[in-house]
Write a protein of this length. Structure first.
Length: 250
């Protein structure tokens, strides 16, 4: 499949994401969990267009929820990763699209419409940002790099913030962008040494996971196990060199 065709399709979502009127149409899904008309419109648009391109590939999207996919090939879409950011015009929201085949992510795209940045990867062929190859950082110690964090699971806030405190004490600094896909993409291109979050769904991490892996890094759960792109769970993505050191603090 021609990834450039898919990228051009994903880039067409910019007009929806920058539509502030659609952004203001908000529904609350749960505590601090929102969906806007932009999320729904982007998902419907890409679902329809991807079906035209590849009618034999099934579809898993955030706004339809986690389902038991009984097929070997399916798209995994987060139409807007960073919805709360989008609501406040805090311009760190992306479209994250991945292709899963036989339980492996084989294609991943993270599109930042605010900066016109397209991160993409194909399994076995490397990771790229706007056509240029990217690589994870070569930092060998946690104390020499920044680490991205995520604040999922509010009911685990005390445990999470204790974890953040431990990591903060050992690294140069911590960052929170508010978009898991973008955090993983920034790790893939070496802007930070790693990123972790207690719980992510497949649409949050699938594309970013491949970006890091193809850029030379490592992605596991908090126990160091490989991720299953059909399920949610804890996620740690790093340049590989600091992976064990970070896991020990989590």
């Amino acid at each position: 499949m021609d990834i450039q065709k898919i990228i051009e399709l994903v880039k067409k979502t910019k007009k929806f994401i920058l539509n502030r009127e659609m952004v203001s149409d908000v529904k609350e899904k749960g505590i601090a969990d929102y969906v806007t008309q932009v999320d729904i419109t982007v998902q419907n648009f890409l679902k329809e267009e991807l079906f035209i391109l590849a009618p034999d590939i099934q579809f898993l999207g955030e706004e339809t929820g986690l389902q038991n996919m009984k097929v070997d090939s399916f798209w995994i879409l987060d139409p807007v990763d960073g919805t709360t950011n989008l609501m406040h015009d805090y311009q760190h929201s992306v479209v994250s699209l991945a292709l899963c085949q036989q339980d492996e992510i084989v294609m991943g795209i993270v599109y930042d419409p605010f900066r016109e940045d397209v991160f993409y990867a194909i399994k076995g062929k490397g990771s790229f940002l706007n056509g240029q190859p990217i690589h994870v950082s070569n930092v060998g110690k946690l104390s020499d790099t920044m680490i991205g964090i995520g604040t999922a699971k509010r009911e685990l806030a005390d445990e999470n913030f204790a974890r953040f405190h431990r990591v903060f004490g050992q690294c140069q600094d911590i960052r929170r962008i508010g978009s898991a896909a973008l955090e993983l993409a920034y790790t893939a291109c070496g802007r930070q040494g790693g990123y972790f979050e207690i719980y992510l769904n497949p649409w949050d991490y699938a594309a970013g996971m491949l970006l890091i892996q193809e850029a030379g890094g490592k992605v596991t759960d908090f126990m160091g196990r490989d991720l299953n792109p059909r399920k949610g769970g804890s996620v740690v993505g790093t340049n590989g060199y600091i992976h064990t050191e970070l896991l020990q603090l989590l």
